[in-house]
Design a protein around this ligand. Sequence first.
Ligand code: UT7
Length: 301
Amino acid sequence: MVDTSDEWITARTGIKERHIAGPGESSSTSAFRAAEDALAMAGCRAQDLDRIIVATITPDMLTPSTGCVLQEMLGASNAACFDISAGCTGFLYALSVGDSLIRSGACEKILVVGVETLSAITDYQDRTTCVLFGDGAGSVVLERSDGERGILSTHLYSDGSCGKLLYVPGGGSAMPASHASVDARAHYLKMDGNKVFKIAVKSLEDAALKALEHNGVTGDDIDLLVPHQANDRIIQAIAKRLNLPPEKVFVNIHKYGNTSSASVPIALDEANRQNRIKDNDLILLDAFGAGFTWGSALIRW
Ligand code: UT7
């Protein structure tokens, strides 16, 4: 489709494979499958959920929210549902909101989903982006727990001044869909990759260090870093900064590419199912994305 090579993609990003939604699939159908798996693993019925929070930049449609579409599919009739748009940091934003709702006493059980159908907004004529993005979904169930285990902290950050380094100009109220906007390919994701790369490394390091400092721990105490999977070179830079050996860093970008809001929960689920996480392990989540947004979460598993 474009002038590129497996060698360039592998060397610059670490990506080998990606998954693309098929006909009839969308963010809600992917979210549904991830949600069913998470509910089964948690032993939780859909009717027991108080909230469904879906992190996505590729909702099924502008309104209603994908959270509400998912509610109907799951039969989660007692949940209030909404979406969060925070670029590739979306899952951490949703996790932080869910954590706060439980801590405040407002909720008991919350489904948090990170899902993207990035193929719907990828310009397959633009080699600077089309080799990077994939589709997917991951999900967790949050519930109240006593004692030492659980989400120890979340730290979230934004810098709206960098918005146009990574954005979709068309399709919203500033530029509604028109023949001209479609002809201008304005409904596709645009990214100044090199500038994003440099700021991403620094921001991810800062957020990770903030989580460590806030909890009075060091890189040595971390059992597993589960970072946003945008570029293997970014992940390795953070691992180096935190002084983490390869076995303490979870990487699956080679299998999925960059799945934005879905990348952290997909990685977390895969790490868990591969028995890379044990009870009481200290897990550090770290993400960066459009907005700009970035953040971290420290979890005692
Ligand atoms: O998900 C959250 C936010 N996203 C990120 O964190 C992504 C951050 N950015 C990146 O991961 C990297 O910047 C990219 C993988 C997107 C690009 O890697 P890079 O090392 O920053 O490359 P570059 O943009 O500086 O481009 C280097 C060269 C250019 O050619 P010249 O000017 O040196 O002749 C590009 O035109 O590579 C060229 N190029 C390609 N060549 C082959 C760009 N895309 C491709 C391609 N195939 N697909």
